[in-house]
Design a protein around this ligand. Structure first.
Ligand SMILES: Nc1ncnc2c1ncn2[C@@H]1O[C@H](COP(=O)(O)OP(=O)(O)OP(=O)(O)O)[C@@H](O)[C@H]1O
Ligand SMILES: [Mg+2]
Length: 351
């Protein structure tokens, strides 16, 4: 077993080339193969405020100050990963992305043992630990999918202690002073409830809203410079209308519609298809038939949301729901329902 004393920060000699041989670094006598940074040549378009806020979180203003690890929230495809990656690239840091999933284990997040030549064990540092060692920025992507046990292994990293302990490799890794981290989360899709003691370390919350028309047009043109004309205008109009109706269609949905429409149009060079017809087909294929009538879709969603709220009786308007005089009051807890949740308790095995 190695000493658990935190190491001093170490930087490996040169940036790891994407796809090249893994670099290694020795920590407390254990050799770790490092992960590769994420190449990023893109840019963040529009919504400058949220980018500035993220960069502020990563500033260190005093020798006693520490960077913050914010939560970046937004609907799928709105640009959360792109924003965090662009912020790291703007700071001229290597950016590492760790894709969190429901079955991510603490060792996946930190150090994984891998069977190597001649039956030996090689230790592979995760993108997160590589960023900690090299002083890079790490995006914990889709953090809401990860279970509490894995989050617990990051608790000391996310507060003033800034280290992690790999039980498997028997080492403690201290974060380089330049290490930065952000966690992205989808608002609608929480697989696990993240415990409060972790949420309190993931502050502040930065929300990405829907882009404005000019920004949305610029995003689509930037990523798909070969898409133009009516299909581009129709897609931007469509997305803007969806945003106004609070439907969760994103720039990524717009890009998928455009990509498919461009390919369909390219198939029939001699006998061009009507662009609007192809565009409608693309919307239907990518987002489903309902998306062709956004207003009706929005109304249907509202109705569904409304039906999830229990109907109010007249008594509820005048009296508190638990007032005994309220004729619509909830049933008082009975002997079969001591917690008053409306369900009879299941007999316990020892009853
Ligand atoms: N403001 C923006 N500037 C540049 N590209 C953007 C912007 N917003 C979205 N995009 C593009 O939209 C696509 C989706 O973005 P991204 O993958 O970052 O979304 P996400 O919110 O992380 O999605 P998910 O929740 O599925 O992980 C990417 O191709 C990204 O480059
Ligand atoms: Mg993402």
């Amino acid at each position: 077993m190695q000493s658990s004393k935190p190491t001093s920060p170490a930087r490996a000699a040169a940036p790891a080339a994407a796809g090249g041989a893994a670099q290694t670094v020795a920590i407390q006598g254990v050799t770790l193969a490092l992960a590769h940074p994420q190449p990023f040549t893109g840019q963040w378009i529009g919504q400058e405020e949220v980018l500035t806020q993220l960069l502020a979180c990563w500033l260190v203003t005093d020798k006693d100050d520490l960077p913050l690890t914010p939560r970046v929230l937004g609907v799928p495809g709105i640009g959360k990963t792109t924003l965090a990656t662009a912020a790291g690239a703007l700071r001229k840091q290597e950016v590492y992305i760790y894709q969190c999933t429901a079955d991510t284990r603490p060792e996946d997040l930190l150090v994984t043992p891998v069977l190597a030549e001649k039956g030996t064990i090689a230790y592979h540092a995760s993108p997160l630990v590589t960023a900690m060692i090299r002083g890079g920025a790490c995006v914990l992507d889709e953090g809401n999918r990860m279970n509490e046990k894995s989050w617990a292994s990051l608790a000391p990293l996310l507060d003033h202690r800034r280290f992690v302990e790999s039980i498997i490799a028997g080492i403690t890794v201290r974060a380089h002073p330049d290490f930065r981290c952000a966690v992205t989360m989808n608002e609608d899709d929480a697989t696990y409830e993240i415990p409060d003691y972790i949420l309190s370390r993931l502050q502040p919350t930065l929300k990405i809203g829907f882009p404005e028309r000019a920004d949305e047009m610029a995003i689509l043109k930037y990523h798909l410079p070969f898409a133009a004309g009516q299909i581009l205008d129709l897609t931007v109009d469509f997305l803007q209308q969806a945003h106004a109706l609070r439907l969760d269609f994103s720039p990524r949905d717009g890009m998928n519609i455009l990509k498919y429409a461009v390919k369909r149009l390219a198939q029939r060079k001699g006998h061009p298809l009507a662009e609007d017809k192809v565009w409608r087909e693309a919307v239907e294929r990518c987002l489903g038939e309902d998306a062709l009538d956004l207003k009706a879709l929005s109304e249907a969603r509202q109705r569904n949301l409304g039906s999830e709220v229990p109907p109010l009786g007249l008594g509820d308007f005048f009296l508190r729901p638990d007032d005994p005089l309220n004729p619509d009051a909830d049933e008082p807890p009975g002997p079969d329902d001591p917690d008053g949740d409306g369900r009879a308790e299941r007999p316990r095995d020892d009853d």
